[in-house]
Design a protein around this ligand. Structure first.
Ligand SMILES: [Zn+2]
Length: 281
């Protein structure tokens, strides 16, 4: 039972728009691709849980909680009988090796930030967060590697880690847990959903302003900002995708509203139009 669905963060949405409408530098582009890949991995895990889990389980996706001014984020929380399963989903791809308690990328032979530490922190903070309100569930955290192209040399024998080839067993294990959810579980799920906070994306963005952005309507398929309008159709110069002008305008207004949250719609329409009329045939 899906209690809280996942949606793209505003940070990812804005980075995608900026990637289409301006030249991001190498680090900014990396940040965008990292966010995008992470999100794709989480969605892949959602699909897996949605199509495989059939016992009574509450699923809450993408929860950000705060305790004592510290925030912690959990990709997926599953509630089964008397256990909570917080899952950290990683969409790593390629070859890694494990050495001295660190995950290292083979290509650069350097440690990356350790996802097991991240998992441990979330577990500890979640436990304290729930104990504050008298919830005493058993917490069993998991680090999920979702990408079949991920390989870890010298992998530690750690039951908290689920490798791609173990995903199907993991789903079976969850299904095999006898579970009957009641009002207490619902209260717990509501507590986590109500406590969810959203981080403002704006401090994390590269600098941009109206003049630095490519104007015009962006394509609904490839995000290219080069659509030309003919009668009521907007056609992408890049991929040929065609749609009603109205829907392309609505999407582009949404983009500019995200980029400039303080601006009013008429001004935004004018701004988009400034680039759009030059492409009109
Ligand atoms: Zn396109």
């Amino acid at each position: 039972m899906l209690i809280k669905p996942r949606s793209e963060s505003d940070l990812l949405k804005i980075m995608r728009i900026l990637n289409a409408r301006m030249n991001l530098n190498e680090d900014e582009k990396k940040q965008y691709l990292y966010l995008k890949k992470g999100y794709e991995g989480e969605v892949a895990f959602d699909l897996l849980t949605a199509s495989n889990l059939n016992s009574e389980i509450y699923i809450l996706n993408d929860i950000m909680l705060e305790r004592n001014n510290s925030k912690f984020q959990i990709d997926t929380v599953m509630i089964v009988q008397n256990t909570i399963f917080p899952c950290e989903v990683k969409n790593y791809e390629g070859d890694y090796y494990y050495q001295n308690d660190e995950f290292n990328l083979c290509k650069i032979k350097k440690p990356i930030s350790n996802p097991l530490h991240q998992l441990k922190r979330s577990e500890t903070m979640l436990r304290e967060y729930l104990q504050d309100d008298g919830f005493h569930f058993h917490i069993e955290p998991y680090l999920i590697f979702i990408n079949p192209g991920f390989f870890l040399y010298q992998a530690p024998q750690n039951n908290s880690i689920i490798f791609p080839s173990q995903l199907s067993c993991f789903m079976k294990k969850l299904n095999s847990k006898p579970s009957k959810l009641n009002g207490m579980h619902r209260k717990l799920a509501d507590k986590l959903t109500d406590g969810h906070t959203i981080d403002s994306p704006y401090p994390k963005l590269p600098p941009y302003n109206y003049h630095s952005l490519q104007k015009g309507l962006t394509c609904g398929t490839c995000n290219s900002p080069f659509m030309y309008c003919c009668e009521r159709k907007a056609t992408c110069n890049h991929c040929g995708y065609e749609e009603e002008v109205e829907s392309a305008v609505v999407r582009s207004v949404g983009e500019f509203k995200l980029l400039f949250p303080d601006l009013k719609s008429p001004l935004i329409l004018f701004m988009i139009g400034a680039g759009w009329s030059s492409l009109e045939r």
